[in-house]
Design a protein around this ligand. Structure first.
Ligand code: BTN
Length: 330
């Protein structure tokens, strides 16, 4: 860990003041070197108080997103331990795919403050302005059959909801629109784009990209009716770095549960409890036909179980269809 990250961690984890002497002894550097790091932290936006004879104390850390901030908050073993941070990049999914090809470790996380070529599902673009949202992608190297990889999208949807709940409390109704849109008050809060590099029977690596509208207040006209942000829904800003760290923690645990059975058996109940489509009429829009059915929930493979109007039960695969509520977006 870099010295700046470690000092940040130390300041954050200490209730009172940490003396310059203590820091300089702990890291084996001069008091001037310590002061320089403190100045850098202040430049990054931290309010660090320096009191003569007492030392340093973090009063507040606003919505800082730097590699050091992220690293100092990470409590995981592998998820988000290797961080690639960009003030601006084309797409974090592209960065992670490249890192994957170049041999980066399982759990490598790319985060950007802004994307110039943010990508959504079905070839759409993902608006990615600076300073307000989370754009991140994670590299996974699961030793499972390629046809099981699409379940990772559902695992991530669960991580995102649980991470958000951990940061803002779970009294707000955050839900999942199968398979992987995160919804609050009937509007889209976050989306997930999973991409895989594989052979016929072997996964090279999987990139799971997540976009969360955190402090966004204005959306482009095309999505203004269907998109929302945590800030709009909660009425206050939310810090991005702790939210990323919370999602990484949930990922580490839920991913390991997933690997135990290589399916969603261990996560099914929690996923279905969050499912906005659960026990609701939905419209199934497939390549061949569009029909109305009643959604029951997902099974252990992540397929959506629906009851057609004639009473027959069908399982819907996420890749093949899109599902709409009968009345509007969800
Ligand atoms: C969707 O269409 O709902 C999926 C949106 C996924 C957006 C995220 S932002 C971070 C990562 N990088 C991308 O280019 N896309 C994903």
């Amino acid at each position: 860990m870099k010295m700046k990250t470690e000092i940040l961690k130390l300041l954050r984890e200490t209730d009172g003041y940490v003396s310059g002497q203590q820091i300089s002894e702990q890291f084996g550097v001069s008091r001037t070197a310590v002061w320089k790091v403190i100045r850098q932290l202040q430049d990054d936006g931290y309010q660090v108080e320096a009191v003569r004879n007492k030392g340093y104390h973090i009063v507040d850390s606003p919505d800082v997103m730097t590699k050091e901030e992220l690293a100092s908050l990470m409590k995981t073993r592998w998820a988000g331990r290797n961080i690639l941070y960009y003030d601006v990049t084309d797409s974090t999914n592209l960065r992670i795919k490249q890192a994957g090809d170049e041999g980066a470790p399982h759990g490598t996380l790319a985060v950007a403050d802004r994307q110039t070529a943010g990508r959504g599902r079905r070839g759409r673009t993902w608006e990615s302005p600076a300073g307000s949202s989370i754009y991140m992608s994670i590299l996974l190297r699961p030793e499972i059959a390629p046809n099981k990889a699409s379940m990772l999208t559902l695992v991530m949807a669960l991580n995102v909801v649980e991470g958000i709940q951990e940061c803002i409390g779970n009294d707000r109704d955050i839900q999942i629109k199968w398979p992987n849109d995160i919804i609050i008050n009937g509007k889209k809060l976050a989306g997930i784009l999973t991409e895989m590099s594989s052979q016929i029977d072997y996964i090279n690596h999987v990139t799971v990209g997540v976009g969360i509208n955190v402090n966004t207040t204005d959306f482009p006209e095309e999505i203004a009716q269907t998109a929302t942000s945590l800030r709009i829904e909660c009425g206050h800003t939310v810090k991005r770095a702790p939210l990323i760290a919370a999602v990484m923690e949930r990922l580490e645990e839920n991913y390991e549960t997933f690997l135990e059975t290589e399916d969603l058996s261990g996560l099914l109940d929690r996923y279905n409890a969050l499912l906005v489509n659960c026990d609701r009429d939905v419209q199934i829009i497939g390549a061949k036909e569009t029909y109305q059915a009643h959604a029951i929930g997902i099974d252990h493979t992540g397929e959506l179980i629906v009851r057609r109007e004639d009473g027959s039960i069908e399982k819907i695969n996420a890749g093949e269809v899109s599902v709409r509520g009968v009345y509007g977006y969800t």
